[in-house]
Write a protein that binds this ligand. Sequence first.
Ligand code: KG4
Ligand code: ZN
Length: 371
Amino acid sequence: MLVLGIETSCDETAAAVVDDGRIVCSNVVASQVELHARYGGVFPEMASRQHIRDITPVIEQAMAVARAGWDDLDAIAVTYGPGLAGSLLVGLNVAKGLAMARGLPLVGVNHMEGHLYSNWLHVGGRMRVAGDVSAPGAVYTLGADDVATLGGHDLLTDPRVPWPDDPPFPHLLLTVSGGHTELVHVRGHGDYALLGATRDDAAGEAFDKAARMLGLAYPGGPEIERAAAGGDPDAIRFPVAEVAGSPLDFSFSGLKTAVLRQVQADEAAGHTVRVADIAAGFQAAVVRALVGRVRRALSTVPAKAVLIAGGVSANTALRDALAEAVDYPLFIPPLALCTDNAAMIAAAGSFAFARGRRDGLDLEVAPGLGM
Ligand code: KG4
Ligand code: ZN
């Protein structure tokens, strides 16, 4: 089954072709990060306009790298929420137009469900096609040559390495992105129970806000991670907030305030702000909060594996701490598939399509869609 995925929910214009819900045939992402960096966050109106500029070349490139023709496709999967309304509209309308023009079924995908399915993808040496399409401008193409730099559990450059297993059901999923922090019990394809969520800021949002306070660039996650590498995580102990009566919920707003106080205290004391130590202490506190909730959740629901997904799952300190603390098979997407991409949308769409999901041309964007 060959599915074209389209993703434009935030500030990445992305298209990908995925076979069997698992095999990445192409994965093209045009990132707008540089465009928004000077505003310290995503500027929604500019995001929509840039999606309109990038969407056609990105889709054409995804089809070319996969060497797929329109007749080879079984369906078109597209993110319809959650996300920025104006951004979602671009991808959804293009997907509708293509579905209508090519007579292909349309499958709407929840962006957060997409992040989950980044754990089902393989991008190793068994990738069906290693396309060599030169990448114009900010467009990034995942080709076989890039695989060696990706890391992750699915580095299959050696054909003797066995095909990785699918994540076994039921499993516990931690999604940590710029807009969401959720613990989900996944009992089967499309069968989810929300166990806990953030009451205020998402984990990625906390990284972005802390970075801004420390004078670091947007997006803050990778910047904090880099700064933290030169700091002492125990120099400043930041608090991990509990949500009274809800042991699986998260709260990061107190941590954000604590970072601000520390920056102000350093400034008031007349010495330079200890950026590296604050970044390291902050990152350690977020990791403690996330890992602690995962361990708690594992004592309340049956699970055969733990999966993490979303932009913050790119964080090495989080990956290492989970691997250390959790005695279950741990699925972590390769770095290139942690942040927004369309391969994960095509994967989620493939499994929904197999379950019979079909959407009409009346499908609307759902900016506040929950999992
Ligand atoms: O999933 P994603 O690409 O987009 C959303 O759906 O939100 O997540 C973006 C978030 C940003 O807040 C970014 O700062 C964070 O993921 N992020 C990281 C890292 N890389 C990206 N946070 C911590 N460490 C990282 N290495
Ligand atoms: Zn995302």
